[in-house]
Design a protein around this ligand. Sequence first.
Ligand code: BG6
Length: 483
Amino acid sequence: MSFPAGFLWGGATAANQFEGGWNEGGKGPSGADMMTNGTHTNPRLITTTWEDGLYYPNHVASDFYHHHTEDIALMGEMGFKVFRMSINWTRIFPTGEETEPNEEGLAFYDTVFDELHAQGIEPLVTISHYELPFALTQKYNGWADRRLIDLYLRYCETIFTRYRNKVTYWLTFNEINCGMMQLGNFMGLGILNEGTRDFTNQVDDPQLRIQGLHHQFVASARAVQLGHRINPNFKIGCMIAYMTFYPLTCNPADIVACQQQMDELNNYCADVQVRGAYPYYAERVWKRWGVDAPQMQPGDKDELARGTVDFYSFSYYQSNCVSTDPAQAQSSGNLIGGAKNPYLKASDWGWQIDPDGLRYTLNEIYGRYQIPVMVVENGLGAFDTLERADNGTPVIHDPYRIDYLRQHIKAMEAAVEDGVDLMGYTMWGCIDLVSASTGEMGKRYGFVYVDADDRSQGSFERYRKDSFYWYQQVIATNGENLA
Ligand code: BG6
């Protein structure tokens, strides 16, 4: 058997894409609540107030806020060992600046954690998953301002203390490296520059992003130390959107360009969080971007060195190629695209499907850092069709999803055999939820179908897809039976 005993099988979500109940229980608006719906070709908009005629899908999302008992029971039925979720910062501190937390928000997550434990499921909590209080964007331009560090730590202290006996696994920031891209301005850093409206084409000031990321690095490092003080058993990880790139050709210029892109997009953030210092090539990145080194305060370097993470987690959906030839055909991807790989097929959203790339990536990461690794997002966004069996039972046949997951689990198995210390796997969007990039409900990832459309119309009933039963047996056999 390849997967170790105690391997953490499960699924993943984020509060802003799953919970709904956006203005209930004392919750304040987060950045995600200011984003409209879009499609693959029609970008989401970021608005500073809710405009008539526009639709904001994260407000209702999958309505986990009112369906948590049923949803957690479904996870239990699948045999989940772990459930990755985020706490919505705005349920705890609605504007981010209150001195006292919102008790109703805290109580909600108490209930969720208790229900998970009753099913034998360990929570894995992302502290900040694209859910910055929007008030902090308006007042400080998000993480561009250093004062965000203390506000984040107040939030961390509150939840670490409250849930110290209920949660062991934490992630400080979801996909922190999305701040290395223009797209990450608003979603990852809460930065909204004058003139931004189109999510896929935001007004960009790279100097602010480099500074905002520095603040997040210090915040993450201080959170790791704080968490370990509150409960020495806490395991606190980083979370990287792993953008696997291959050189399109063996032209040495492509090889070097690819290496630099991997350093910039994947390693820059992880090196700081895992090794506790900026990497040697950081200056090359700043120079290429035409920015100055981030401003640091005395003590920042020590904080970074003291606050290194316990494990490395990442999302993996697809891979792309790097080419120095601008004429090469392009493909889309999670957060960023690249040159098309002639050997790969793509999803309906243009993300190239590459299971071998997961084995390659796991080896890259473990080879570089030698700390436990966890895949906390992976999956296929696809259109599903809800049908009725002869007896009227709703059925969803999703062989394409099973095939995608089977290939990726086989790749993980190979990586474990290679010697990678892999802790677990949480499939993204285990119950259908709103897409982060497009705001669609119709881009479905789940084992469980949520009966709602892109405008939150539907019964919100939950139906088991074929993949539900398949994953149940994968978990029951600890990854042995993938048939
Ligand atoms: C990751 C994010 O980038 O990819 C998730 O952490 C997101 O929040 C996931 O949902 C899948 O992307 P999308 O755009 O299909 O929702």
